[in-house]
Design a protein around this ligand. Structure first.
Ligand SMILES: [Zn+2]
Length: 502
């Protein structure tokens, strides 16, 4: 017997690939789109009908880079730089039991779903070490919400303070002593934990897969990185790393290795098809050539880059080289809204911040492609992010009666420039409605607010020491980075946050 059929009738359907927006009916069988056609042209008497008049229908968005652990700290960071954020890392992810880990990931999943995103790449962080139980809790959260996800244990064998030359020495003596006692867990224990997670890959729920994220090149010793790559090869895991996110990361690479982080990784055989470079703000053209040559993807994360004052990635130069780019939100501690709509708007607008002709800007249809197929290809969701027969039935339905679309002039442009999540009415993931009339249907969310509040209170009590320590460290770290950022760097074409305004 064939799978149940659903005929979505009367909608205005946008295809990011062609940028064509026209009335079409969509036939869904099981988890896939099986046909698209002019209104009334699909005759399928057995199909259940779903009326979609007054709806603009798009492929659901794919979030190319997030961190499920940070949803419980949404809104917490005001003027944090990346390094300030990393200083706060231990308490942002520490002292968690599996139910807390589950709840944090679920909260983010629901946030993304409510804004039209049904799949993501999550770099899963547990402090001090990844655990099989914690990882399984994150997997369960995404599966319960109805999302697809690639989950990568995010790991390192150095702390921020041991990774950055000179930082430890810049601290007052009492703080230096405290920080020297930070225990990340040994490289052996971390590798063993990932191995245990990888060995249980077949137990992951449907739609959830595994990758590996040695987080930042200089936060990993050469030996540790090599062991991560060995795991990636033995278990066939995609590799996802933060690359040249901040100016300090670019200067640190040159200080440590005399080359850019991309060159360093290429020389060690880390780059390969399927490798994801997150951020890629402080890269030179020859770095982009190397990424293109190795068929790597880039996760472009403008909200986070703006939020942390990291600078702006030059996406046009990536696309010109044929590098696949997926759009992303990052975690809620650096991109609080978790909104792919916001990511699209910021990506499009940021591209106009580089002086240059307008044909270098990201147009609306191109930006929408990055938020759909770009992310899907990056994460290995082969059939997601597409509006075509054979694609995953992952759809987002916008309300054309909403003021975002009144008057309706150029629907794709209005998605990028005008729409926010208030006009998202229904969301379908793998052929199943997970949001209907603005309400979650796959999971009971009653009492969620109270559960989150109680969990956050419990966590705050457990972290009574860790958070004040980070608050004491933070000004020293920021002062060190400010000074280090004055060191020369041979990257000039990027908009430089330190450029003097004359
Ligand atoms: Zn990240």
């Amino acid at each position: 017997m064939s799978a149940a059929q659903l005929l979505i009738r009367g909608g205005l359907v946008a295809d990011p690939a062609s940028a064509i927006v026209e009335p079409r009916d969509i036939l869904i069988e099981g988890t896939r789109i099986v046909a698209l056609g002019a209104p009334g042209s699909i005759a399928e008497p057995r199909a259940r009908i779903h009326g979609a008049s007054n709806r603009l229908i798009l492929p659901a968005f794919v979030n190319a880079h997030t961190h499920g652990h940070s949803n419980l700290v949404k809104g917490i960071a005001d003027r944090w730089t990346l390094e300030a954020s990393l200083t706060n890392g231990p308490w942002l992810a520490g002292a968690r039991d599996t139910e807390t880990i589950y709840l944090s990931a679920l909260l983010g999943a629901l946030d993304m779903l409510s804004k039209g995103c049904v799949s993501c790449f999550d770099l899963v962080y547990e402090f001090p070490l990844p655990t099989k139980a914690g990882f399984a809790a994150v997997a369960r959260a995404y599966a319960d919400a109805g999302m697809k996800a690639v989950l990568a244990p995010m790991v390192a064998d150095k702390t921020l303070f041991t990774a950055i030359p000179g930082l430890l020495d810049s601290l007052p003596e009492d703080l230096r002593k405290t920080v020297s006692q930070f225990d990340l867990g040994s490289a052996d224990a971390t590798i063993a934990a990932i191995e245990e997670i990888a060995a249980a890959r077949d137990d992951l729920p449907d739609g959830i897969d595994l990758a590996i994220a040695p987080t930042i090149p200089h936060h990993c010793s050469e030996d540790f990185l090599a062991r991560c790559i060995d795991l990636a090869e033995r278990y066939d895991l995609p590799i996802h790393m933060h690359i040249a996110e901040s100016r300090l990361q670019a200067t640190t690479a040159r200080k440590l290795w005399g080359v850019s982080p991309v060159r360093y990784l290429a020389d060690r055989g880390v780059l390969r098809p399927g490798f994801v470079a997150a951020h890629g703000v402080w890269l030179k053209h020859d770095d982009l050539d190397i990424l293109a040559e190795h068929q790597c993807s880039v996760a472009h994360i403008p909200a986070s880059n703006f939020r942390l004052g990291s600078g702006m990635a030059y996406v046009r130069a990536m696309l010109d080289r044929g590098i696949n780019v997926g759009l992303a939100t990052d975690g809620a501690n650096s991109s609080d809204a978790m909104s792919m709509l916001q990511a699209m708007r910021l990506a499009s607008y940021a591209s106009r911040g580089f002086s240059g002709p307008r044909d270098k800007w990201l147009g609306a249809a191109e930006t929408l492609r990055l938020a759909t197929r770009g992310g899907a290809d990056l994460a290995g969701f082969k059939h997601a992010g597409r509006m075509e027969a054979g694609a995953d039935a992952d759809l987002v339905f916008f309300d054309l009666d909403h003021l975002d679309f009144v008057p309706l002039t150029d629907p794709i442009n209005q998605i990028v420039t005008a729409a926010d999540s208030a006009s998202v009415r229904e969301v379908m993931a793998n052929g199943r409605m997970v949001l209907s009339n603005g309400r979650f249907t796959a999971i009971d969310t009653s009492g969620l607010r109270e559960r989150v509040r109680d969990t956050v209170l419990r966590l705050s009590a457990k972290l009574a020491d860790a958070r004040p320590l980070a608050a004491r460290l933070e000004p020293h770290v920021v002062a060190f980075v400010d000074k280090a950022s004055e060191e020369p760097l041979d990257i000039e074409r990027f908009v430089n946050p330190r450029e003097k305004i004359t």
